[in-house]
Design a protein around this ligand. Structure first.
Ligand code: C2E
Ligand code: CA
Ligand code: CA
Length: 836
């Protein structure tokens, strides 16, 4: 562009230069031709005038005055350049004579006045005398003098001077005839003119450069000069040049403007193209699958991710509709909604299941956006898919995990309760039934055979239940060995009875595991209600209560909920609350002590500590509140209180030298497996300065069925500190012998139910004698509980039972009563001793 401008400028300069040149050439040409034309006119008019004068000069002597006058008048009439013709005798024409030469015509310088001999010589009036000699008999007699009218010549030159040219007429001698400038025919010029009778000269004066064109006339000694100033000659050119320059400038500005606009435009376009390129690259390589369709839904373009996601290349889908991806999963209204939305120019976004080319389902989150043209009509649709198959699967897996039990694959408690809630809160009619299924003695199997066996058992139970459960029922493992079955709508009660019995029967079938056959059973609690009458938590509680009732009724059976169960439950809850209250006060709970005597010597060897609770004047049996305290966990706090009180009592007796023997404290399974009971006991011993040998702890055989790490820690600590261990209620649980041996317990307490049978039930006697024998074999001493009658004591003593405890000797009693009892007994024994 710059080059173009430069070239334009140079050529303009050149053109203008040429124009200048041509203008000057034209000036020269015009000047020359004008000079020529002027010479021609001047010469012609002079020739005519001179001719007339010569006519008069011929025979001027001979002509009469009148004839002469007539002739001159006639001549003058035809020659406007001449004002007068006078025949002047030599003596009177001194002016002519002065200059006379041998030429046949003589031009004099311009004279003031109108004509030869004019009396008024006014400066503004001038004439140009031309003299032609006449002869009389061969001798110069005078001159015919013509007065040339200067106006004539002025007007002849007028046209030329009008064109800003200065015209001058000189005599060869240098005198000026006509014209302004006096400087043309300087002496230097005269030489030039003499040298060459016509020519041009370029000179300069204070008015500027000019061109002088001259012509020396060929017939007369005259020089015509024409001066034209360059500025005049160039005036046209200059105004033309000005116009051209202006046009050029305008053009140049326009060109520059266009250039600038072009550059700006190009810059913008490059930017747009750049970002377009970037965008298209971004879309092409985007991770999300993208396709673009025309307004009819025919695919026009797809990106690489689309091919990866669907298996179709652009070639395979161009011109087709996205229907090729249809998985058949979605119903018609789904797509109708899609089309309705996007044809209104709105974006549509939803989850969509597509089918891959290979037939697999792909779940995507699809966004379809219509692209509108300037008129608001849909031009394209752009569909962007995000492959959420993996996310969906993970979600589903998480959901499944959140709703199902790992082991059995049944729904879990959370999901079960959720379904139950939904059903109960949303349905308003129909009956529902909930069956609570709890395995009996599952812990036992888990503990004896290991967790693996337990897991296998649970899986088989789940399978069996699945087989029995009606199709529409929701079966769930609520946790541990608890299962539940929810039916909505539930059939008649008789059907449910049937179902519950079927479950009990099915689970009672022996189950084989690694060459061994085991039998489990289950207790089932059933709650039935009209859905409108109950909330889910009540339903659950009722089934739970019914299940407890089944358990308490000897297990391996089912029970339907009735209101009395609710009452017993309410009682339990009340007991819990009252116990809490009792533990915070000091006047309701107390410790009783029941002596234990040697079976042969009848000497008191120890006491068992038994807790007592008297509330509002009423005794509440530990057989009632201890299980409740165990359920609620209150037993741990209560146990601490018992230990503290016992040791404080023991310390007191020791201080007062009252001999009670070994003090046995009952410790619950909950305490052993859920608290630092051994550590606490040792601390209390230290605190009351009671040696550990004085203390024994009792816990039931069933406690040992749960083998927790805490239990093992507690037992080890007790043994390591020489605290005796007694196994309580022996014979009611299922403790394995090897475990008993491993445990190294010191005492075995035969349960009172067997003692009661002595002298009555043969099998009980067998059990008692066998137990004693076995205990001996394991190096344990035996204590019999509930000895009430003499015969029992006798039997036990005979069979080697070491110690006896029971109403037959003493009931449990307060410390003070015990002290009295001990004193009395000492005296009686002493008396017997004395007697003996
Ligand atoms: P247990 O440990 O088997 O206690 C013996 C129970 O038999 C006591 O009942 C006692 O009063 C009773 N008994 C003793 N001799 C006879 C008799 O000749 N005939 C009859 N029929 N019963 C006799 P108690 O005190 O009602 O305690 C019941 C159960 O409550 C205890 O059974 C024990 O398991 C629990 N228990 C009592 N006190 C405590 C305690 O301080 N801590 C813990 N953890 N449990 C306790
Ligand atoms: Ca006991
Ligand atoms: Ca007992």
């Amino acid at each position: 562009m710059v080059i173009i401008l430069l070239v334009m400028t140079v050529s303009l300069q050149h053109i203008l230069g040429r124009g200048h040149q041509r203008a000057l050439e034209e000036q020269l040409l015009t000047n020359t031709s004008l000079a020529y034309a002027l010479e021609d006119s001047v010469i012609r008019s002079l020739q005519a005038a001179v001719g007339a004068l010569q006519t008069v000069a011929l025979d001027a002597e001979e002509r009469s005055k009148a004839t002469s006058n007539l002739l001159t008048q006639r001549l003058l009439r035809g020659l406007p350049q001449l004002r007068s013709i006078d025949v002047v005798v030599y003596e009177q024409a001194s002016l002519c004579a002065e200059r006379a030469s041998n030429a046949d015509v003589l031009f004099l310088p311009v004279q003031a006045g109108r004509y030869w001999g004019d009396a008024f010589r006014l400066a503004e009036l001038q004439y140009w005398p031309v003299c032609v000699p006449y002869f009389s008999q061969g001798a110069l007699a005078g001159f015919v003098i013509g007065s040339l009218n200067m106006h004539y010549f002025q007007s002849l030159f007028q046209s030329v001077s009008a064109s800003r040219r200065e015209v001058s007429l000189y005599l060869f001698s240098g005198e000026k005839i006509l014209g302004e400038g006096a400087d043309f025919l300087s002496s230097a010029r005269r030489e030039v003119v003499m040298d060459r009778s016509w020519g041009d000269l370029r000179e300069q004066n204070e008015q500027g450069s000019y061109l002088d064109s001259y012509r020396a006339t060929s017939f007369y000694p005259l020089v015509i000069s024409l001066r034209s100033y360059n500025k005049d000659a160039l005036a046209n050119w200059q105004s033309d040049a000005q116009i051209v320059r202006t046009i050029f400038s305008v053009l140049a500005i326009a060109v520059v403007l266009m250039l600038v606009m072009y550059l700006v435009f190009r810059h913008k376009r490059d930017k747009v193209q750049g970002s377009n390129h970037l965008l298209s690259m971004a879309i092409r390589s985007a991770a999300n699958a993208i396709f673009i369709t025309d307004p009819k839904g025919r695919i026009e373009w797809v990106n690489d991710a689309f091919t990866t996601l669907t298996g179709y290349s652009l070639k395979q889908v161009r011109g087709k509709t996205p229907r090729i991806l249809n998985s058949g999963v979605h119903e018609r209204p789904f797509f109708q909604n899609l089309w309705e939305t996007i044809s209104q120019g709105k974006s549509w976004r939803n989850e969509l299941v597509n089918r891959h080319k290979n037939g697999q389902f792909v779940t995507v989150e699809q966004t379809i956006t219509p692209i509108l043209d300037s008129a608001g009509e849909v031009e394209y649709f752009i569909a962007v898919h995000e492959d959420i198959t993996v996310r969906k699967e993970a979600e589903q897996q998480v959901l499944y995990m959140a709703q199902h039990d790992d082991l059995t694959g049944l729904s879990n408690r959370r999901y079960f309760e959720q379904c139950l809630d939904e059903c109960v809160s949303q349905r308003h009619y129909g009956s529902i039934a909930l069956l609570f299924i709890d395995l009996d003695r599952f812990k036992e199997i888990n503990d004896t055979l290991g967790h693996e066996a337990g897991d296998v058992l649970l899986k088989r139970v789940a399978k069996k239940l699945e087989r029995i459960a009606p199709d529409e029922a929701l079966l769930s493992r609520l946790g541990g060995d608890e299962f539940a079955l929810f039916l909505h709508p539930a059939q008649q009660a008789s059907h449910i009875h049937h179902l519950a019995q079927a479950i009990v029967d099915a689970l009672a079938q022996p189950f084989e595991y690694q060459d061994t056959t085991f039998s489990v059973s289950c207790s089932v609690g059933v709650a039935m209600s009209d859905v409108a009458d109950i909330d889910s938590s009540s339903l659950l509680r009722q089934a739970d209560l019914a299940m407890y009732r089944a358990k308490h009724s000897g297990k391996n059976t089912y029970r339907f909920f009735d209101d009395s169960m609710d009452e017993s439950m309410q009682r339990r809850v009340a007991t819990q609350r009252h116990l809490e209250e009792a533990m915070s006060q000091d006047d309701q709970l107390s410790l009783f002590f029941q002596p234990q005597v040697h079976s042969r010597t009848n000497q008191v060897v120890g006491v068992e500590v038994l807790i007592r609770w008297r509330r509002l004047g009423e005794w509440i049996s530990p057989a009632v509140f201890i299980p409740i305290a165990e359920d609620s966990g209150q037993i741990i706090e209560l146990g601490r209180w018992i230990i503290d009180r016992t040791l404080s009592q023991v310390a007191d007796w020791r201080a007062r030298n009252i001999e009670v023997g070994k003090v046995s404290i009952n410790i619950s399974a909950v305490q052993l497996s859920n608290s630092e009971v051994a550590y606490e006991l040792l601390n209390a011993l230290k605190h009351y300065k009671v040696p550990s040998e004085v203390i024994a702890i009792e816990f039931t055989e069933t406690t040992l069925m749960v083998r927790s790490a805490q239990l093992a820690r507690n037992l080890a600590m007790l043994r390591a500190n020489n605290i005796s261990i007694a196994i309580d209620d022996f014979g009611t649980g299922y403790c394995s012998l090897s475990y008993l041996k491993e445990l190294e317990a010191n005492y075995l307490k035969i349960d009172q139910s067997f003692v009661r049978g002595i002298g009555d039930i043969e099998s009980d006697e067998c059990i008692v004698s066998a137990t004693i024998a076995m205990a001996k074999g394991l190096n344990m001493e035996v204590i019999a509980e509930g000895v009430e009658i003499e015969y029992q004591a006798q039997y036990l003593a005979e069979h080697g039972c070491d110690y006896l405890q029971g109403y037959g000797f003493a009931r449990p009693m307060p410390a003070a009563d015990l002290e009295v009892w001990l004193e009395q007994r000492k005296q009686t024994l002493n008396a017997e001793h004395v007697k003996a």
